[in-house]
Structure formats: structure tokens, C-alpha cells
Design a protein around this ligand. Structure first.
Ligand code: DCM
Ligand code: MG
Length: 329
């Protein structure tokens, strides 16, 4: 169990910007429909390049970025509002044969994180109230504790805190106070303050991540400094809800998941992951997913079967020699 205040012991090296699209808002127990992660290093954020445009230079989007964007069949109806703002429908996921949130998502995330320089921090706008608890709920439904060794931080909280301390964003506080307006911290509003236009591709996971990075770049130094002392372990996040429907499955198979995934900071070898898929002849789709977390992993390895056969053969030979010799004697 982590103490709530446990922030990274050294400066964060990789900021993984994340956005989730889902079937709705709490309390509708939303399910994830799209997930996008962009990993940007501290080095890139500390050495921004600028395009000279009036009235002030605009930071260029970092050039060296790892990206992971996944469509996930939410297997739950979108609320009309969620469908309307995201442009996503349940039919789209079934027509395109998209899979549900399953252990492969964790494998993808783990492989993605392993390639980043630690400490790693997930960054999401309003992440503490929406994205982090939602991701935790989906992971918990699979019987997984979370993302070991990964920190998380909320840009909405950070921007509010920095405003309060009157650092860097003071110019915008001044502007908004001038107009007598209340500060708005929504992703689109923040983008408008900096770029005087609304961001493209709002409410798509990738579009929102790009918008978030654009905003972050405007006060990167202060935001990184804030996150160094205010990021907390992702695993301290409380799940948005408990998926009671899948709990019995999980209870039966928890030990098997631990066998397959003893530590989430270590992904199984590529060989093992690919062995999960068996392709029927002439079929390009993965079939018979019987090597998942909810199935025993006892004698599925050809190596283990070979060893057993060799042992059996050895025993027969020894018996034959012993009995054969006794007959001769
Ligand atoms: N959402 C919603 N209704 C809103 C705003 C958001 O149902 N008025 C849900 C659907 C979105 C998810 O929240 O996919 C994430 O929001 P955003 O697109 O702002 O990241
Ligand atoms: Mg979004």
C-alpha cells in the first residue's frame, strides 16, 4: 500500500499524455471506447522549438514521440451525449470487429511503458476525476491491481494550482480578471486562451492528447516542476466503480493471472504473447483465444510436453533393460 503523498523520488523523465473516450460519464459506469497515449520526454519539453508567429512564438509539437492509440469495443451502449460528442457508435465497433478491453491492453501498455525512460508519469486533463479512475476500473475488472511503478498527474489540478500561485499563467489570470469572467479550465477553453482558436478533433482520444500537449507546452517548465512533487502512484487511484459482473470469473482465476502476469512492470516475452493467437488456415483473424488470463497455463507449452514424453520414454527403456536382463539371467 502506498502512502497518498508518495511522489517520485527523482524528477519525472517521461510524461505519457493520455486521453480516454468512453460510453458516458459517471454514474453511468462508463466503459472505455478509445485510449491514446503519447510519450514525451522531459528533454523534449525542456528544449522546445518555436515557430515565430505574431503576437508571440508558438511552440512546435515535439518531434520525437512514442504513440499508442487503441479502439476498444466498450460492449455497452453509448449515452446519446457521449455518442454525439465523440461521433462513436456501438455499431462502428461491431462492424469493425473491435475487441473488448482485455489483457492485451495491459500487455500493450506495459510494452509501451518498458520502452520509456523512468520515472514515468501518466498525464491527463481532469485525470484524477475521470481517466485514471476509469482505467483503474477496467483493469480491476480483469483482476489487475493497476500499473506498477507508474505515476499519474492531473493537468487540470496542476493548472489551477499554478494559477493560484500566480506562476507563468499570470498573464491569463490578469486577462480573465480584466473581463470579470470566471476562469475556465476545460481542455478546449485552455487551448483557446493560448491559441485563440478552438482545437481540432475534440473528443477523439488522439485529438485531445494533441490538444493537451499543446497546452502543456505553454507552461511546460512549471507544470513539470509541479508534477515532480505532486504526481502520485497510479495504483493509489480508486476505481470509478467495481465491475461486479466479472468478479466471479476473476475470483476463480486470480492465481492464474498472477502466474501469467506476476509483475505488470515485466511483460512476457514476445514469443509468449504471440503464442496466444492461433490462426486457422487462410484466416487472417485471431481465433480460439484459449490462452488468456482466465485459462489454466499448465501443459500448453510444447517444451513441457516434450520433457514429459522424454521422461516417459526414459522410464520405458529403464524398465525394459531391467526386465530384459532378468529374463536373460
Ligand atoms: N462525456 C460525456 N458527456 C460529456 C462529456 C464527456 O458523456 N458532456 C464522456 C464521453 C467522452 C468521455 O466523457 O468520450 C471523455 O470526455 P472527453 O472527450 O472530454 O475527453
Ligand atoms: Mg477526450
Amino acid at each position: 500500500m502506498y502512502a497518498v503523498s508518495e511522489s517520485p523520488s527523482r524528477p519525472i523523465e517521461t510524461f505519457v499524455f493520455m486521453d480516454l473516450e468512453a460510453t458516458g460519464l459517471p454514474p453511468s459506469r462508463p466503459k472505455i471506447a478509445e485510449m491514446c497515449l503519447f510519450a514525451v520526454t522531459r528533454h523534449a519539453l525542456e528544449n522546445l522549438q518555436y515557430r515565430n508567429s505574431h503576437p508571440k512564438p508558438i511552440p512546435l509539437f515535439p518531434r520525437v514521440v512514442d504513440k499508442l492509440c487503441v479502439c476498444i469495443n466498450p460492449d455497452k451502449p453509448f449515452t446519446p451525449m457521449a455518442s454525439s460528442i465523440t461521433g462513436l457508435t456501438n455499431e462502428m465497433f461491431s462492424w469493425n470487429k473491435k475487441q473488448k478491453f482485455n489483457l492485451d491492453i495491459l500487455h500493450m501498455m506495459t510494452a509501451f511503458f518498458i520502452r520509456q525512460h523512468p520515472p514515468i508519469c501518466l498525464v491527463a486533463h481532469n485525470g484524477c476525476s475521470y481517466d485514471f479512475p476509469l482505467l483503474k476500473a477496467e483493469l480491476s475488472a480483469l483482476g489487475l491491481s493497476g500499473l506498477d511503478g507508474i505515476y499519474c498527474a492531473d493537468t487540470l489540478k496542476a493548472m489551477k494550482a499554478l494559477d493560484k500561485e500566480n506562476i507563468q499563467l499570470s498573464q491569463f489570470i490578469y486577462e480573465s480578471k480584466q473581463c470579470g469572467k470566471k476562469m475556465k479550465y476545460g481542455l478546449q477553453d485552455m487551448y483557446f486562451r493560448f491559441y485563440k482558436a478552438y482545437p481540432p478533433n475534440s473528443h477523439s482520444a488522439e485529438g485531445d492528447v494533441i490538444t493537451l500537449i499543446n497546452i502543456f507546452q505553454q507552461s511546460a517548465t512549471d507544470l513539470m516542476w509541479w508534477m515532480d512533487s505532486n504526481a502520485r502512484p497510479f495504483n493509489t487511484t480508486r476505481a470509478m466503480y467495481q465491475d461486479s459482473e466479472r468478479l466471479p470469473d476473476f475470483l476463480q482465476t486470480h492465481e492464474k493471472i498472477q502466474q501469467i502476469c506476476p509483475s505488470h512492470s515485466q511483460i512476457r516475452s514476445r514469443q509468449q504473447v504471440t503464442r496466444r493467437y492461433s490462426f486457422s488456415h487462410g484466416d487472417t483473424e485471431p481465433v480460439a483465444r484459449d490462452w488468456g488470463p482466465f485459462h489454466p497455463r499448465t501443459s500448453d507449452s510444447p517444451d513441457e510436453i516434450n520433457n514429459l514424453l522424454l521422461l516417459f520414454l526414459g522410464l520405458i527403456i529403464i524398465t525394459w533393460i531391467a526386465f530384459g536382463n532378468s529374463y536373460i539371467i
